[in-house]
Design a protein around this ligand. Structure first.
Ligand SMILES: [Zn+2]
Length: 421
């Protein structure tokens, strides 16, 4: 296994980041292992980093007044220092993709993933150096909340899908279906079966002052109807421009570099000869999205892995009067995928539906990278979700639906799902 320190931190240029990971492009000297790759590192919350640094400072200046680290921490209003955890050089990202995801999505539409060894005494300094180096390039709102996970790093080497001479667009398509009315409560049924989850969530976010892609409905993007797909891309573009590139649902990379809306003229002349950047990009993306199977596959997986809706899952959970269970192991996921592919399980099997919902969430939260003029579409960020989030998703779902129920009926968005019509 290649090691992080086979390269220098300066060989990696900041590319972009999401909620859980931060990505760098290899820009070092030609090297058959690293050429054409990106480095994907796990992020950790800043509070913890700050806390542990504070712990170190406070604990190193301790006096005899405090009987233990815990007493000292309590005095300073800190949570007790975490016990040392066994070093875990790997999370199951690579195995999860190989054993589960690749059985559900044709591998031609997935990036190659491989671990990069991040163990050893010098890794810490290497990562600290990279973290300091990339800080000025990160969005301010991200810098305030998290950073590269240094204590327990996870480093994955992946295919660089945005480099090269063309244009790459990263789209986060989100939920591609309306729930079946069968398991919805009387309070939410009328709302949730007409307006899609993304559009309702966008409304809630907008009421909280966030910039959201108002003109974008995922059901348009997934519809397979050319004019609706075009409408979806137009909505994503407009949100990208209006938010000055802040929205996470649309990112544009030209010749390997993420561009801001102010640099949109660099799009012109690469994929076609249209003079308007928006027209040029949408015209180039449209034929790829109309022919690739990735959107259809994603929507099908999301829908069939979430047949109950979170409300139905919560009802099943209450009925079973049993815990949701521990985090699924890789073996459990593998067995689940076999059961799913062979036609599912009994409707009352709580654990089956927990795993199905988690996997559905993975497909609701991934991104698609479309390259033009190459004409490829690849799905990225297919990470396993934690079972601990199920309860929060249920609360959020309730909040979203209740907020939308307050919108007068005549003003509610009607989202059209092609399946079930
Ligand atoms: Zn919608």
């Amino acid at each position: 296994m290649p090691h992080l320190i086979d390269t220098a931190p300066t060989d990696w240029a900041y590319l972009s980041e999401g909620g859980a990971t931060i990505v760098f492009t290899y820009t070092g000297a030609p090297n058959p292992v690293f050429d054409g790759t990106v480095l994907r590192l796990r992020k950790g919350p800043l509070e913890l980093d700050g806390d542990s640094r504070l712990h170190d400072r406070v604990l190193s200046s301790r006096t005899k007044v405090f009987a233990s680290d815990e007493d000292l921490a309590a005095y300073y209003g800190l949570s007790p220092p975490p016990p040392p955890r066994p070093h875990s050089p790997e999370d199951p990202t690579v195995e999860f993709q190989r054993e589960c995801i690749a059985r559900l999505i044709p591998p031609a539409h997935l990036p190659n993933l491989a671990y990069l060894d991040a163990t050893g005494p010098t890794t810490h300094v290497w990562l600290e150096t990279l973290a300091a180096q990339c800080e000025p390039h990160r969005p301010p709102e991200r810098r305030r909340t998290d950073g590269i996970e240094i204590a327990e790093p996870t480093s994955v080497l992946a295919t660089d899908l945005v480099g090269g001479e063309g244009i790459a667009v990263e789209i986060k398509p989100k939920w591609g279906f309306l729930p079946s009315p069968m398991y919805l409560s009387d309070h939410t049924r009328a709302v949730k079966t007409r307006t899609c989850r993304f559009c309702m969530h966008a409304h809630l976010k907008a009421t909280k002052g966030e910039t959201v892609p108002r003109g974008y409905c995922p059901l348009d993007l997934y519809s397979g109807d050319e004019s609706r797909v075009k409408q979806a891309l137009s909505g994503l573009w407009d949100a990208w421009v209006e938010s000055d590139g802040i929205v996470n649902s649309f990112r544009v990379f030209v010749r390997g570099k993420k561009i801001r809306p102010a640099e949109k003229s660099t799009i012109v002349g690469i994929a076609n000869d249209l003079a308007d950047p928006k027209e040029a990009l949408i015209s180039a993306l449209l034929p790829v999205l109309m022919t690739t199977p990735v959107l259809r596959t994603l929507a099908h997986l999301q829908r069939t892995l979430d047949p109950l809706d979170i409300e139905g899952l919560a009802a099943l959970h209450a009925q079973a009067d049993a815990p949701l269970g521990p985090e699924p192991t890789l073996d459990e996921y593998t067995a689940f995928v076999s059961a799913y592919l062979s036609g599912g399980a009994s409707p009352a099997d709580l654990r089956y539906h927990v795993l199905a919902y988690l996997l559905s969430a993975t497909f609701k939260d991934c991104s698609v990278i479309v390259r033009v003029p190459d004409g490829t579409a690849t799905i990225i960020d297919l990470d396993a979700k934690s079972v601990e989030r199920v309860r929060k998703w249920h609360e959020l779902d309730w909040e979203i639906a209740c907020a939308y129920a307050l919108v007068p009926e005549g003003e509610r968005k009607m989202c059209v799902d092609v399946v079930g019509q």
